[in-house]
Write a protein that binds this ligand. Structure first.
Ligand code: 3H9
Length: 697
């Protein structure tokens, strides 16, 4: 038995403790250690019961994800859990912090479970493109019922101690020292002669299960379109209802083994590590002090400002929203109320959570009311002069040490910072609409941003449940710069022969929630129009530009908001309907440009949209705007709906092959010229047989 599993006895109870920092992942040494410790306890006639616990920050973060895909060694996790369950003396799990994945299946195999108030359990395998593979799909429904088990597995969300007690996952929530509480509980079991209580022997209540499964299937098809793991998870739970537990476990294991080899799971595992890697910023070491964020302010109560305020309230940060226009402020706050009420009526927020969060948000029209905020996030219209004015004011008004953040999606953060006399306090925090829902925070460091401001904002991203990615300053940063590269090609395709619904279908079939034209209609076309007009004045260029998008706005078509954009929308509907008027316009534009329209196939559309996106990512990497390829993947997954199962554009490029992407870019360049010139970094990787993954640091 190695050090990663400790063994000691307290009277008649053996305490087995996982000690494998940081999260007690169940790698081969830990599995072997538990196996040996259980054997030792059960071979000792003086031991009457076992307590299984974890040292450090949590009980257990599950199977060691780094071992997946490698040859299996030592006892399998299923074997270890089955061994625990088969024990003739009671085994009690004592849980603090998270018990997730295999770290939740382990206590499911124990006979009793106690936890302290920090305990949380969950089966997040779905987020790794997997299903629980060590009995979770068979045991959890038996313990807590089919509907809640399905919910937990398909959402991947974690359940807190009190709720876990109500559900029947925990038998007791202890106060004070956990192991002492667990020992008391176990001594009572011994005194009352309570033997093992095996989850596998519990009767599964199947009433109403068919309906629950059908609803889960429909939801998974909608929410996780194209992903295999959710479907497999539902099937495995169905097996729990229909076949003996042992057979159910075998099938579960078969599905797990298939999924672990799948491209989708590989992509999702890449994203898991990418999220953690994004917090490692070479010149901002992990021990950089952070500034305390106790209160926040948001400037601007429009759509973005509201969403940002709600995101902060989610993280329990009191926030004051400032809008100079009292009417806009009132309208914005009413909008927040409506959004919360909607969440309550959908059941995703409880009445008391709503009250709590709403109580954290207040409004003001006076700068003096935000002077004491620890962070101020400006979220007004994308206009440099306006932003500079605001930053000059907050630079003066806000307390020393306050972080001054801008939600700009493309403007120069250095120029904004220069409007203050404290540019080291200034940083970009680019949220995505709707900000209360979208997970990405593209944090933009300026030339002078202080390291502790960077560290604080990255921590804040995590605290408010966002995925924070640190990027550098350039036009559009990582996300919008790449979006531009992709969207402009989509528009050129229209001029050359395609139609909006054809392009959108290809992108939707690839796995995005919608194509670029439907997305444009959803976001509103007028804002992009104004940005383009502004850009033409400030940064004239000879690059090819599509003119259809401008024409559409000039025809007073602003997208869903006025019922017509690239598509038509019926009153109250969001379903895009192809519009002959737009098709006519596109044909006219082609003719005007002297382009002979041609049939464009789906594969060409896909490559023409996705490869320039990847190509721009390569330029961004070479310029050091993004730290690593996986940071770009996070931006596109969590900010732009790039299909999760493909792991992000740079991961996808590796999957296709950098040589293949380069060769196609070369063909496109020969045909269309400068705008599609392959990035030197892409060329270098392709020619040296390397991938973007080789650049990961
Ligand atoms: C599974 O269990 C399959 C089974 O059903 C069947 C098997 C047969 N493995 O998140 P943090 C690392 S699938 C390896 O920043 P926190 C992580 O990379 C597994 N490494 O900490 C990071 O490393 P580094 C299902 C892991 O305190 C460090 O630990 N389980 C694992 O904010 C700290 O991580 C999950 O999906 C792992 N399982 O949060 C668990 N977990 O320092 C997902 C973490 O080098 N994990 N690491 O960057 C979590 O939710 C969080 O990590 C946890 C801790 C809540 C546990």
């Amino acid at each position: 038995m190695g050090d990663v599993v400790e063994y000691e006895t307290h009277g008649a109870i053996a305490v087995i403790a996982l000690n494998n920092p940081p999260v007690n992942a169940l790698g081969v040494a830990v599995r072997q250690g538990i196996h040996d410790a259980i054997l030792r306890a059960t071979s000792d006639p003086t031991v009457k019961a076992v307590v299984l616990t974890g040292r450090g920050r949590c009980f257990c973060g599950g199977a060691d994800i780094r071992e997946f895909g490698k040859p299996r060694q030592g006892p399998s996790l299923s074997d270890v859990i089955n061994m625990i369950e088969a024990c003739e003396i009671p085994v009690v799990a004592a849980i603090h912090g998270t018990a997730v994945g295999g770290g939740c299946e382990l206590p499911l195999g124990c006979h009793y479970r106690v936890g302290d108030s920090s305990a949380k359990f969950g089966l997040p395998e779905i987020k790794l493109g997997l299903l629980p593979g060590a009995g979770g799909t068979q045991r959890l429904p038996r313990l807590i019922g089919v509907a809640p088990a399905l919910d937990i597995m398909l959402s991947g969300e974690y359940v807190g101690a009190m709720r876990a007690r109500e559900m029947g996952f925990l038998d007791q929530v202890t106060e004070g020292d956990l192991v002492r509480g667990a020992l008391e509980y176990t001594n009572e079991l011994i005194a009352e002669d309570k033997g093992p209580r095996r989850t596998r022997d519990m009767k599964l209540d199947d009433s109403g299960a068919e309906k629950v499964l059908a609803a889960a299937r429909a939801k998974a098809a909608r929410r996780s379109r194209g992903l295999v793991a959710p479907q497999r998870c539902i099937e495995a739970i169905e097996h729990a209802l229909k076949i003996p537990v042992e057979e159910g476990m075998q099938l579960e294991r078969k599905y797990f083994d298939e999924l672990v080899q799948s491209d989708q799971s590989k992509a999702q595992r890449h994203l898991f590590f990418a999220e953690r890697l994004a917090h490692k910023i070479p010149d901002v070491p992990a021990d950089t002090p952070v500034r305390e964020i106790r209160t926040a302010a948001v400037i601007g109560c429009g759509t973005m400002g509201r969403g940002i305020a709600m995101s902060l309230a989610y993280g329990n940060v009191p926030v004051t929203v400032l809008d100079m226009n009292a009417e806009a402020l009132e309208k914005g706050l009413a909008g927040i109320n409506r959004t919360y009420a909607g969440s309550v009526s959908r059941g995703s927020l409880s009445e008391s959570e709503m009250e709590e969060r709403r109580g954290l948000i207040s409004g003001t029209t006076e700068y003096s009311d935000i002077a004491k905020a620890d962070i101020v996030i400006e979220a007004v219209f994308e206009e440099m002069d306006l932003k500079k004015k605001i930053f000059a004011t907050i630079g003066e008004v806000c307390k020393p040490g306050a972080i001054l953040a801008t939600n700009t999606s493309s403007l120069d953060v250095n120029e904004i910072a220069a409007a203050t006399d404290r540019p080291d306090d200034v940083i970009g925090t680019h949220f995505f609409s709707p900000a209360n829902v979208m997970k990405l925070m593209e944090n933009v460091r300026g030339e002078k941003t202080a390291p502790d401001v960077i560290a604080t904002v990255m921590k804040l991203s995590k605290d408010i449940n966002k995925v924070g990615v640190m990027v550098g300053v350039c036009d559009g940063f990582v996300g919008n710069r790449m979006l531009y590269a992709y969207k402009s090609q989509a528009e050129f395709l229209l001029e050359e022969g395609a139609l909006p619904h054809q392009v959108d279908k290809v992108i939707y079939d690839f796995g995005f929630p919608m194509g670029p034209f439907a997305m444009g209609d959803l976001a509103g076309l007028d804002v992009g129009y104004l940005v383009r007009q502004h850009r033409r004045k400030t940064k004239p260029s000879n690059d090819r530009e599509s003119i259809v998008a401008d024409r559409i706005v000039e025809m007073d078509r602003h997208g869903q908001k006025n019922g017509k954009g690239w598509y038509l929308y019926e009153e109250g509907s969001r379903k895009p309907i192809p519009d002959p008027e737009i098709e006519q316009l596109i044909l006219q534009v082609s003719e005007q440009l002297g382009i002979v329209r041609r049939e464009i196939g789906d594969q060409e559309i896909l490559e023409r949209c996705m490869y320039p996106l990847i190509n721009e990512g390569a330029k961004i990497l070479a310029e050091g705007i993004a730290l690593r390829p996986s940071d770009i993947d996070l931006v596109w997954i969590f900010g732009y709906g790039f299909p999760v199962g493909k792991g992000g554009p740079m991961f996808h490029a590796d999957h296709v092959g950098t040589d293949k992407v380069y060769d196609t870019m070369k063909v496109l360049y020969d045909k269309h010229g400068e705008m599609l010139r392959p990035a030197p970094l892409l060329e270098e990787l392709a020619k040296s047989g390397r991938s973007f993954a080789d650049l990961q640091s």
